[in-house]
Design a protein. Sequence first.
Length: 279
Amino acid sequence: MKIGIFDSGLGGLIIAKAIRKAMLEYDYVYLGDTKRVPYGNRSHEAVYEFTKEAVSYLFKKENCAIIIIACNTSSARALRRMQQEYLVNYNHTRKIMGESERKILGVLIPTAEECAKYEKVGILGTLGTVSSDTFPREIKKINKKTRVFQSAAPMLVPLIEEGEKVLAKQFIKKYLKPFLNKKLDAVVLGCTHYPFYKNEIKKVLNKGSKSAKGRTRVISQDEIIPKKLKEYFVRHPEIEKKLAKNKKAKILVTDITPNIKKLSQKWFGKNTRPELIHL
Ligand code: DGL
C-alpha cells in the first residue's frame, strides 16, 4: 500500500519532496487538485467536498494506507469532519469486507506543536485557514501562554501557481506588515505554497522584525512534517507494516499546468510525468 499526499495544487509538492527525501523506501502518490486551486477563498462546505473527493480517490483507486493532507486550508476546514464522518463510515465498510483500516493526517497539529514552543508567533495563511482560527485554537490547547497573531495572504497562492515572482514581493511586504512591530519569535508559513517564497519572506522579516531574543524565525512545514511522520510510524507500526517499499512515486493532477510539469520533473526526476485524473 502507498502513502498518499494531497494538496489543493502544486504547493504540497514541496512537502512531498521533503517527506520522500526523509523516507525514500516507501511508495508515494501525490494528488494536486490543480483544476480547482485555490481552496483558500472557498466555503467550508466546498473545501470539505473537494477534500473528500480527493481522499476517496486516493483510498479507492490508489490503495493508500495513509493520507497526509498537506493543504492547511483542508486541514483546517475539513480534516476533523472527515475523521469523524467519512473515515468512520469508510473504515466500517472495510471491516465488514475484512479489509484493513486507513488513516488521514493533517499538517496543522504538528505545526501547532512547533509553535507552542514560543511566546509569540505569527501565522501567515489563506483566508480560509485564518478565518477558521484553527491555528490559534490548536496552539493554545498545547500552550495557553503562546500569543498568536494571524495575517491572511490571499494573493500568494494564485501567484505561485502562475510561477510569478516580481509581483509577489509587493504582496509579501503587505501581508507581513502586521507582524513587523510585534517582536514575534517565529512566523509560520501556514500554507503549503508559501515555502516557494521562503527566502523572500525571510528577507522581509530579517529587515523589519526582531523577537525579544533576536531574529524572528521562519517555521516551514517542509522542515517539520517529515520528522513528525517518521515519529508517527514508530508509534503506529500497524500502519507502517502495510506500506510497500519499492521507492516509487507518482503525481496525479486534475489539470496539467506548465508549472506542475516543470516542478514534477525537477523534484521527482526527469522521467516523471504528472498524470491527469478526474475526481
Ligand atoms: N495549499 C493550501 C494550503 O496549504 C491552500 C492553497 C489554496 O488552495 O488556497 O492552505
